[in-house]
Design a protein around this ligand. Structure first.
Ligand code: NAD
Length: 313
């Protein structure tokens, strides 16, 4: 499929729509917002398979993982619907005859920039939470994988969300993403993606005083001690690194193993790894699908080569 970059005019009209949407949405009370969010969960549930197929087709993640992630989106809307009428302030005792209190108010338009490796999953928690708090949202999905986010927004509106409350900005990071990170109509920004882009986005947003939440990547370690239940630890280590073909922010990409069980543990992990079922993402038995793009495939291969050069095998 092909689509064009939203462009300046598109971004402008989207922001206007979302600003109006925020006014409508924050004027509803928490109980009304909770009902609509619960309804979104029901509608997403009804379209569960359609969304999972769309996600698997566009990300090449195994269908069983895509199904699990869509189920999580249902949970997210159910969970955050419960918050919509429970966001409360405080009363603060101060000296003197004063009534001092805090109130939590919506930011207005919240922008969420999301990555290609978990599009609907990240769109879910980055829309359900700000919506529960009375904001409108604009999700800017990765240019590679916008389809499931567009469909999620359509379904949310079918479920009763007023116009302009959940918009999707499609296009490239350095055009659409960069414009949205620096527009003063944006009340808050959340960014999910790589560390270098996250740094860039945080600096750009700070220049406009837009508060930013960053959820980036890492190099996470699994630590296994000799007294662990090794069957479970082996399964855990394998799931941690091979889910989504290792293309995950929480991938357990380092294994630290107590010396006395090191050789046995490595052997068991290697043995089970060799038996993982690679293949067509649409085959329900497939555990590991393809690497997402050629550049990503080249990066993974160069990491493997450098591991071998440093004595890994
Ligand atoms: P990326 O940083 O290349 O892109 C992320 C998003 O930022 C995309 O939508 C992209 O279009 C946009 N973008 C790019 N340049 C931009 C700019 N100048 N201004 C504004 N937006 C811009 O990341 P990716 O390759 O799409 O995703 C993989 C990364 O995401 C990995 O590093 C992974 O660890 C991380 N990730 C983190 C989490 C988390 O919850 N912490 C979840 C999933 C993925």
């Amino acid at each position: 499929a092909q689509y064009s970059d939203l462009g300046d005019e598109g971004i402008n009209s989207l922001l206007e729509s979302s600003s109006r949407g925020a006014q409508t949405w924050m004027a509803l009370d928490g109980f009304e917002r909770a009902n609509i969010l619960r309804n979104i969960a029901l509608v997403v549930e009804k379209h569960h398979e359609e969304l999972a197929v769309l996600e698997s087709a566009t990300t090449s993640k195994p269908i069983r993982d895509a199904r699990a992630e869509v189920s999580k989106v249902v949970e997210m809307f159910n969970y955050y619907s419960g918050w919509a009428d429970k966001i409360i302030g405080q009363t603060i005792p101060v000296p003197g005859n004063w009534h001092t209190y805090t109130e939590r108010v919506p930011w207005g338009v919240v922008v969420a920039i999301t990555p290609w490796n978990a599009p609907i999953f990240t769109a879910g928690w980055n829309s359900a939470a700000p919506l529960a708090a009375g904001n409108s949202v604009i999700v800017k999905p990765s240019e590679f994988t916008p389809a499931s986010t567009v469909r999620l927004a359509q379904l949310a509106h079918e479920a009763g969300l007023p116009d302009g409350v959940f918009n999707v900005a499609v296009g490239l990071g350095n055009t659409v993403g960069a414009s949205l990170s620096t527009d003063s109509r944006v009340g808050k920004l959340s960014f999910i993606g790589s560390v270098p882009t996250g740094r860039k986005v945080a600096v750009a947003a700070a220049g406009k005083g837009i508060p930013t939440v960053l959820e980036l990547g890492g190099k996470s370690a699994n630590i296994v001690f000799a007294d662990a239940d090794l069957d479970r630890a082996v399964d855990g280590a394998i799931a941690a690194i091979f889910s989504n073909a290792g293309q995950s922010c929480v991938a357990g990409s380092r294994l630290l193993i107590e010396r006395s069980i090191h050789d046995e543990f490595i052997e068991r992990v290697a043995d089970k790894t060799n038996r993982l079922k690679l293949g067509d993402p649409f085959d329900p038995a497939t555990e590991v699908g393809p690497i997402f793009t050629k550049p990503q495939y080249d990066t993974v291969n160069s990491l493997i080569r450098s591991g071998i050069e440093y004595g890994g095998l």
